[in-house]
Design a protein around this ligand. Structure first.
Ligand code: RET
Length: 266
């Protein structure tokens, strides 16, 4: 299928294309709003949280532009044993695979973690571990979506991705939750932690249920599931975080456990 045909396929499926265009619009509005909200922030650590958070809608608008144009979407023939093997929506068969999502998560989700880690007063080791495991999760998730030789190996990649995800969850739930108590940011951190953990758990679930997994959900419904989770996990998350940072710039500046500081809690 050519890129033009993929573009036309997406445009002709109103439900699918709406799930993409909605995010382009919301990402654009979020960028404008966040730049405006951050105009007077002066503390360098608060500025770093702002820049990391601002990157989230910037990556998102790029991601969805890639998807809507057909650039980062392929119709892939599924391996034997897959529910959609030999079937699919494309003229030559194949399953709609918006692999650009998984690729761009490798750029957006680390920014979410950097912002959360800075808010919690993480040290550099934990921040590095969380970011590296997160990138591993996204890239192996991409590998799962793009593997067409073997159904087993698709799920092996999925399993590896989940293993990386467990590392991220551990740091969020155990390490940073404790750090945030010390840093005096536990209230906002806990709110954002719950929002993040609950929503992020939805992604592997919808991957497994969607066309690329066991295919009980249709392509447009899966796309809306991701788009809906993105709206909350990215724009609402970023808004809550930035609003707090603007109102609590001093707390961020005075954090006891600084990024990369050798002595903890001192
Ligand atoms: C995949 C499939 C393989 C197993 C796992 C996954 C997890 C994905 C997650 C994505 C989060 C994305 C966000 C995007 C917002 O910008 C790759 C679906 C564990 C957790 C928050």
């Amino acid at each position: 299928m050519t890129q033009t045909e993929i573009f036309q396929f997406i445009q002709s499926n109103t439900l699918l294309s709406a799930s993409l265009w909605v995010n382009i619009a919301l990402a654009g509005l979020s960028i404008l709003l966040f730049v405006y909200m951050g105009r007077n922030v002066e503390d360098p650590r608060a500025q770093l949280i702002f820049v990391a958070t601002l990157m989230v809608p910037l990556v998102s608008i790029s991601s969805y532009t890639g998807l809507v144009s057909g650039l980062t979407v392929s119709f892939l023939e599924m391996p034997a044993g897959h529910a959609l093997a030999g079937a699919g929506a494309g003229p030559e068969g194949g399953v709609f695979t918006p692999w650009g999502r998984y690729l761009t998560w490798a750029f957006s989700t680390p920014m979410i973690l950097v912002a959360l880690g800075l808010l919690a007063g993480s040290n550099l080791s934990k921040l590095f571990t969380a970011v590296v495991a997160d990138v591993g999760m996204c890239i192996t998730g991409l590998a799962a979506a793009l593997t067409t030789s073997s159904l087993l190996l698709r799920w092996v990649w999925y399993g590896i991705s989940c293993a990386f995800f467990v590392v991220v969850l551990y740091i969020l739930l155990a390490e940073w939750a404790r750090d945030a108590e010390v840093a005096g940011t536990a209230d906002i951190f806990n709110t954002l932690k719950v929002l993040t953990v609950v929503l992020w758990l939805g992604y592997p679930i919808f991957w497994a249920l969607g066309a690329e997994g066991i295919a009980v959900l249709d392509v447009a419904i899966t796309s809306w599931a991701y788009s809906g989770m993105d709206i909350i996990a990215k724009y609402l998350f970023a808004f809550l975080l930035l609003r707090w940072v603007v109102n609590n710039e001093r707390t961020v500046g005075d954090m006891a456990a600084g990024l990369g500081s050798a002595s903890r809690g001192g």
